[in-house]
Design a protein around this ligand. Structure first.
Ligand code: HAM
Length: 417
């Protein structure tokens, strides 16, 4: 037998309704916010991710699914959705559309990580990217979309953590202060931190090793190093979040694992998923488009991990509204199978979800099957029903029956389904 690759998952017919429910809700919310879907390929040129995400990041240095195609090009399965959208924005001159432009996507993403609950090698993201303005009102719009997505899906106790990592100018000063703080402490820190010290200093704040966390307890705080413009942007965003009632906590430890961010960074976290409690991450990235060869463009976005939010929804008992057949049309005996098919087609054409017996099973077996499908109603078709043009509609949850003319069946089921 050939097994599924490590770190990937099938979505089985018994659970796909949860994904459909979640995705439909997210698409509907995106529509309410005037965001339009953008679809980009599953793979891109490797260089796109190296230049956008940064070659010192874990994603680029360790986790990408990169291969050479038959034409000798280096190709990478997308580890996230932001860089591909930026590539598409530039390549298709989307700046010629009215700006700001709000886009969203639902994508598979690929990272070669150590799999565990809530961390996969193929996972899925719902992402939003807004292009064309540096105003904090767009940070607000984005964060409020993410917040309302989580609330709209019925999630509770998910907290918004907010920070600003400033522009490259204020960050330079902050990184110097951080290096000065850690300079004489490196010997007691983990090898990853020692490596990050020189090349990716901000990520020192991200280390989960208890000893490193202890050492980092009194690090300087980036918010104290913001220039006037970055400070004003951050303060305005905080004011706006309060004005629209989106609760948040300032967390100077949020630096994010991807290099393209400027100013606003945020995460939505839960304590109910153990180590993989970040269900959404995002921020502003005003330099990405220009660094990829486009015009300077203010951008802000986020991505929600679908596996993680579905796990949390399951944990919190959210009702995913499973689709069940409205009716199962049963055949008294196999000779009525064709009549059943005709009736079933008519019901389906009228928008009623219907199924019927196709394997010649006994009536008892058909009832068992309909119960398993959790069909709402059953209608049995036999000689009498055909000759008298009358049927009984049986409600399977309590066994109650009502009589109905065969010709009126569709209309009646439409009323009661
Ligand atoms: P990210 O923080 O790398 O950001 O990923 C966003 C979310 O995807 C995470 O919060 C998490 O829920 C989910 N996720 C990430 N890795 C995995 C994994 N291995 N298994 C399961 N879920 C995972 C980004 O990807 C940015 N592109 C977000 C963004 C959009 N920033 C601006 N615009």
């Amino acid at each position: 037998m050939i097994n599924i690759p490590k770190g990937t998952k099938d979505v089985l017919p018994s659970e796909s309704y949860k994904w459909q429910y979640t995705e439909n809700k997210l698409r509907e919310l995106a529509r309410l916010y005037n965001a339009r879907e953008i679809r980009t390929p599953v793979f891109e040129h490797t260089e796109l991710f190296v230049r956008s995400i940064g070659d010192e990041t874990d994603v680029v240095s360790k986790e990408m699914y990169t291969f050479e195609d038959k034409g000798g090009r280096s190709i990478t399965l997308k580890p996230e959705g932001t860089a591909p959208v930026a590539r598409s924005y530039i390549e298709n001159s989307l700046e010629s559309l009215s700006l700001p432009l709000k886009t969203y996507y639902i994508i598979p993403a690929f990272r070669y990580e150590r799999p565990q609950a809530g961390r996969l090698r193929e996972f899925h993201q719902f992402g939003v990217e807004v292009y064309g303005a540096t105003s904090p009102y767009l940070d607000l719009d984005c964060i409020s979309l993410a917040y309302n997505a989580l609330v709209g899906l019925g999630l509770k106790n998910v907290k918004l953590r907010l920070n600003s990592i400033g522009c490259p100018e204020c960050r330079k000063k902050y990184v110097e202060a951080l290096r000065a703080y850690y300079a004489d402490k490196l010997d007691d820190m983990c090898p990853t931190c020692r490596e990050r010290y020189a090349k990716n200093t901000l990520r020192l704040l991200d280390c989960k090793v208890p000893a490193c966390r202890e050492i980092g307890k009194n690090t300087p705080v980036i918010l104290d190093y913001l220039c006037d413009d970055c400070r004003a942007h951050h303060d305005k965003l905080c004011e706006l979040l309060t004005a629209v009632g989106v609760p948040y906590e300032i967390d100077p430890g949020i630096v994010r694992g991807l290099d393209y961010y400027t100013r606003t960074v945020f995460e939505f976290v839960t304590e109910e998923l153990g180590a993989q409690g970040t269900v959404c991450g995002g921020g502003r990235y005003d330099n990405l488009v220009s660094s990829l060869g486009g015009k300077p463009t203010g951008c802000v976005g986020f991505a929600v991990g679908l596996e993680r939010i579905i796990m949390l929804m399951e944990k919190q008992g959210v009702n995913f509204c499973e689709n069940v057949p409205d009716v199962f049309v049963m055949s008294q005996s196999p000779e009525y199978a064709t009549d059943c098919i005709k009736i079933t087609s008519e019901l389906r054409n009228a928008g009623i979800s219907a199924d019927t017996e196709m394997t010649g099973r006994s009536l008892k077996a058909q009832f068992k099957y309909a119960d398993k499908l959790r069909a709402k109603y059953a209608v049995v078709i036999g000689g009498n029903e055909i000759s008298e043009e009358k049927v009984k509609i049986k409600k399977l949850s309590d066994g109650t029956e009502e009589e109905c003319g065969l010709k009126a069946l569709t209309a009646r089921l439409k009323e009661i389904k």
